[in-house]
Design a protein around this ligand. Structure first.
Ligand code: TPP
Ligand code: MG
Length: 399
């Protein structure tokens, strides 16, 4: 049996923490520069408190903010013009796709639940652009269309899944919340809040067991972060040094509950402290900051140091799902985020500042509109699944 498997099977030894592989980034010894993360209404206060390893509770080999320090030293990814254009294109694709999905839902062409990702585009694009599609695993909750598009999955088969057609990525039987592609190593799409975190640890265990060098990125929301199984998972992932990045997409609300109303600790990046998981708080509205944070986290995880917990401060512009009247927040709050913190507008402004022509940007916008129109057309016109499909993919057995 390879040593890797042996290690995983061994019971924990008291000396395990001491023999832990050293972090690739030196633990911080003085307060970090303030994070560039901006305040998101309802998402807890910004990182204005003393941070880093000043606390006596933190031992020399663990500093909660060690990776934050590395991130603060170099906050934004040095993207080439081509890379930034690609990020812009992917974010615009998600935005237009979601707007179209919203329209189709309004027309009654999409049934069941549908949760839109509008506003949060920079998170999936920034993080997943640093992953190797088809090699590293991605798993998320029900707000999943953006993560699939960011992993290069064809918009047509995602849209056809939304309309319940046989050509959909889950053959029209999963719908918005339950999409899956083993080929791309996208493992869903989960309707049970928090479940994807434990499943993500299983995927990371698989990477470690096979020794394939892959990493799992497990996304969950600020509301899911209060689930018990999340902490059981943190414990096992840290104990076994699993290659996993836990990503809290803190969009300020869990359905109609603002973070401050539902969470005793609103700084989600701190929630791994008890398990010696380093935390990072990142401005999720800036695609280049997100990408740079991913670089730091991935270097640490790929080096065999175990998990990282990232908190991405972001915001959802639309309601929780299509049936949300959004009475728990003001229109002004939403408008302020749209006007002053929009990730797509910010990337566009960056591109123009670099001297990329407005024409080039318009070309992308036009191309994406066509792509999305074609996806919608395909989703509306392709046939529904055969009746015989009612009896496939159904688990039948004795327990
Ligand atoms: C175990 C479980 N409990 C409750 C629900 C109902 N529910 C669906 S979404 C949601 C809120 C989750 O909010 P958050 O984790 O912040 O994710 P967001 O919707 O903001 O992306 C709840 C409570 C559920 N689906 N599963
Ligand atoms: Mg939320």
């Amino acid at each position: 049996m390879p040593e890797e498997e042996n290690d995983l099977a061994k019971p924990a030894r008291p000396s395990a923490a001491k023999t832990a592989a050293k972090p690739v980034v030196k633990p911080a010894t003085r307060p970090a520069a303030k994070s560039a993360a901006k305040t998101v209404p309802g998402a807890g206060s910004p990182s204005d408190e003393p941070v880093i390893a000043s606390s006596v509770a933190e031992e020399a080999d663990f500093a909660l903010r060690s990776l934050q320090q590395a991130h603060a030293n170099h906050t934004r990814y040095d993207a080439s013009d081509e890379e930034l254009l690609k990020f812009y294109e992917q974010m615009v694709l998600i935005r237009r796709f979601e707007e179209k999905a919203g329209q189709l839902y309004g027309l009654g062409l999409i049934g069941g639940f549908c949760h839109l990702y509008i506003g949060q585009e920079a998170v999936a694009v920034g993080l997943q652009s640093a992953l190797q599609e088809g090699h590293d695993s991605v798993i998320t909750g029900y707000r999943d269309h953006g993560h699939m598009l960011a992993y290069g999955i064809d918009p047509k088969v995602i849209m056809a899944e939304l309309t319940g057609r046989g050509a959909g990525i889950s053959r029209g039987k999963g719908g918005s919340m339950h999409m899956f592609s083993t080929e791309h190593k996208f493992f869903g799409g989960h309707g049970i809040v928090g479940a994807q975190v434990s499943l993500g640890a299983g995927l990371a265990f698989g990477h470690k067991y096979r020794g394939d060098g892959g990493v799992c990125m497990a996304y969950f929301g600020d509301g899911a972060a209060n689930q018990g199984q999340v902490y059981e998972t943190f414990n096992m992932a840290a104990l076994w040094k699993l290659p996993i990045i836990f990503v809290v997409e803190n969009n300020g609300y869990a359905m109609g509950t603002a973070v401050k109303r539902g969470s005793a600790e609103t700084h989600f990046y701190r929630r791994g402290t008890a398990f010696r998981i380093p935390g990072m708080d990142v401005n999720g509205m800036d695609v280049l900051e997100v990408r740079q944070a991913a670089e730091v986290a991935l270097e640490y995880v790929r080096a065999g140091n175990g998990p990282v917990l990232m908190e991405l401060k972001t915001y959802r512009y639309r309601g929780h799902s299509m049936s949300d009247p959004a009475k728990y927040r003001s229109r002004e709050e939403v408008q302020d985020m749209r006007d002053n913190h929009d990730p797509i507008e910010a990337a566009k402004a960056d591109l123009l500042k670099r001297g990329v022509s407005e024409e080039k940007i318009k070309e992308i916008d036009k191309r994406i509109r066509q792509t999305v129109a074609q996806a919608a057309d395909f989703a509306e016109t392709s046939p529904e699944p055969d009746m015989a499909e009612l009896y496939t993919d159904v688990l039948v057995g004795k327990y």
